[in-house]
Ligand binder design. Structure first.
Ligand SMILES: NCc1[nH]cc(CCC(=O)O)c1CC(=O)O
Length: 309
């Protein structure tokens, strides 16, 4: 008897691309297994007209899939790691973190202009507080314009709403074959990515040994270590998406480096800190860098932003 595995996915083009990519690899490694993809709409897919920072729910893009997993309707779910809260519901775990694609933020401009070439007062579409704050820090003249919806919708709004540029995760654009639209990958010196950006995560039941073993086939240890550090940092800061926080971890020559940022919403203050550790010390590294940020003034920023909510 062929074993059948049911895989949950959101129904956006990007989510489906990511789910098919994971399933394709697992299928090759396990020719005797049948995979079936089931799509679901999450609250985040339904509430497209509200700014993410205003909805502020944890698990906005993941909850429905998690419930289906807990009920046994699906065996695992494929997510953008960035969308997965730092604390998972009871009984669920990240069974695999796949090799990261380009982790950066991409500038897509109407006429292909790069950041430095955008006019004074340029209108930039993004709903990410993190992108907004870091961009405003280097270009206080920019006018951020809130922008939500899936990738297709956002691209259309660039022209339809007369924006000068929009900012999107590079990985999403590259996966959907839109890399030619990228005018520039914004330097990490200007804008650090969201925790987990560019990495795909597979969530499953913590007790499901069969699935856990299967998912080892798409696991990428260096990306796991890097994103463990980023997620430990975010968990320690209790950031959520209400507060501009960015982080990037990378294993280079066997050492795990982590750089992170906390900023005020208007970008007037941007605090950065970093650290280095062995990859198996990822969690401690995340906490250590979070503590540095807090001590350097991050604590005050977090209090201010929370008080203003
Ligand atoms: N916030 C939605 C979201 N979640 C993951 C990605 C991109 C893919 C990735 O980071 O792996 C995006 C789109 C974007 O931010 O432009």
């Amino acid at each position: 008897m062929k074993r059948k595995i049911t895989v949950g996915s959101r129904d956006s083009a990007l989510a489906l691309w990511q789910t098919r990519w994971v399933v394709e690899q697992l299928q090759q490694q396990n020719p005797d297994v049948t995979f079936e993809i089931v799509t679901m709409k999450t609250k985040g897919d339904k509430m497209l007209d509200v700014a993410l920072a205003k909805i502020g729910d944890k698990g906005l893009f993941t909850k429905e899939l998690e419930v289906a997993m807990q009920c046994g309707e699906i065996d695992f779910a494929v997510h953008s790691l960035k969308d997965l809260p730092t604390v998972l519901p009871a009984g669920l775990t990240i069974g695999a973190v796949c090799q990261r694609d380009n982790p950066g933020d991409a500038l897509v401009s109407r006429d292909g202009r790069k950041l430095a070439e955008l006019p004074r007062g340029a209108r930039i579409g993004t709903s990410s507080l993190r992108r907004c704050a870091q961009l405003l820090n280097c270009r206080p003249d920019f006018q951020p314009v809130s922008l939500r919806g899936n990738l297709n919708t956002r691209m259309k709004k660039l022209a339809a709403e007369g924006l000068d540029a929009i900012i999107l995760a590079a990985a999403g654009l590259i996966r959907l074959g839109w890399q030619d639209m990228i005018a520039e990958i914004i330097s990490f010196d200007i804008c650090l990515p969201a925790v987990g950006q560019g990495a795909i995560a597979v969530e499953c039941r913590s007790e499901d040994d069969y699935i856990l073993k299967l998912l080892q086939g798409v696991e990428h240890p260096a990306t796991r270590a890097a994103t463990n550090a980023e997620r430990a940092l975010l968990r320690h800061l209790e950031g959520g998406c209400q507060i501009p926080i960015g982080a990037y971890g990378e294993v280079v020559s066997g050492k795990l480096n982590l750089t992170a940022v906390v900023a005020t919403l208007d970008g007037s203050q941007v605090i950065r800190a970093g650290g280095e550790a062995l990859p198996d010390q990822a969690n401690q590294l995340g906490i250590e860098v979070a503590e540095k940020l807090l001590a350097m003034g991050g604590k005050k920023i977090l209090q201010q932003v929370r008080a203003g909510e």
